[in-house]
Design a binder for this molecule. Sequence first.
Ligand code: MTE
Length: 300
Amino acid sequence: MRIRIPKGWEMREQDATPETVFLNRRQLLAAAGLSALPAWAQSAKRNEAFTLDRPITEEWAATGYNNFYELNPLAKEGLAALASEFQISPWTVELTGQCNKPQKLDLDDILKKFPFEERLYRFRCVERWAMAVPWTGFPLSLLLKLADPKPSAKYVRFVTVNRPNQMPGMKQAPYPWPYFEGLRMDEAMNPLTLVTTGMYGKPLPKQNGAPIRLVVPWKYGYKSIKSIVKIEFTSSEPPTLWNKLNAQEYGFYSNIDPKKPHPRWSQAIEQLIPTMQRKPTLLYNGYEQYVASMYKGNEH
Ligand code: MTE
C-alpha cells in the first residue's frame, strides 16, 4: 500500500495553528522588538464569514507569479527584483471628484483609521490562473464615505502611481499609463470590495501592489488595481485601461462567468497556481450570494 504524504498546502484548516496562539506568538515577537510587522498587521483578525473551497495558495506562489505590467508587461515571475527602485513610502491617496470632502490621505493615516481584518478570498485572472489568498484590508465603502460622495457620484475611478523611472515596464509597453480602472458606485460600496494593504499577515509585497490596492474577488483580476494614488467619483462610466486597449475582449464589468468565453479562450475552467490543477470556474467566482442582486444579467 502506498502511503501518501500530504503536501504542506493540503493541511486542513482545523490542523493549522489556532489563530489565538498565532497572534500571541506575533505579539510576543513584537514586544521583544523582533517583528518587522506594523501593529495593524499583527492585530487584523480573520473574518470567518469568508471561507474557501480550496487550500490557501502557498505564499511563494502568490507573491512570485504576478501581473504587474508597470514592472514588466511580458513576465509574471521575477517581478520583485524589478521593483527595487519603486518607492512606496511616503504614499498618499487622493479622494476627489463628485464629493463634498475631497482630501488627500497619508498611508499612515489610513493604516491607523480603519478596522483591518483578514479575509480569505478566491482570486481569478482573466487568463485562467487562480489562487486563494489571505488579504488584510478593510471595505472600500469606509474609505469612500470619508469623502462624502455627492448624489451625482455614480461611478468610482481608480488610478495607479505614474513612475516610469521606478517601474521599468512603463517604458517597455506603449500603454496609456498610468493604469486606470473603475467600478460602478454600488460595486464600489459592496462589502466584498476590499482596500488591501497586506497579504499572509504581512505588508503587501511591491509586486502584489504595495502599498495599497483593490481586491474585487467576483471580477477578473485586472479590475483589482494595484498601487493606488487616486480615487475619483464620477457621474459617468470611467474608461478603463484594458477596455481602451481592447474593448472586444475586456468589458467594463468583467464579472467572472464560466459561460461567457473570452473571445480567444473558454472561461469554463480555471487553474490553481502553482500546480495548475484544473477546477470549474464559478459564476461570480463563487460570490453570487453577495453580488448577483446588483446585476440584471446584461453587464459585461
Ligand atoms: N494593477 C496595475 N496597476 N497594473 C497591473 O498590471 N494587473 C492586474 C491587477 N492589477 C495590474 C494591476 C491583473 S491583470 C491581475 S490578474 C492582478 O493585478 C494580479 O494581481 P497579483 O499579481 O497580486 O496576483
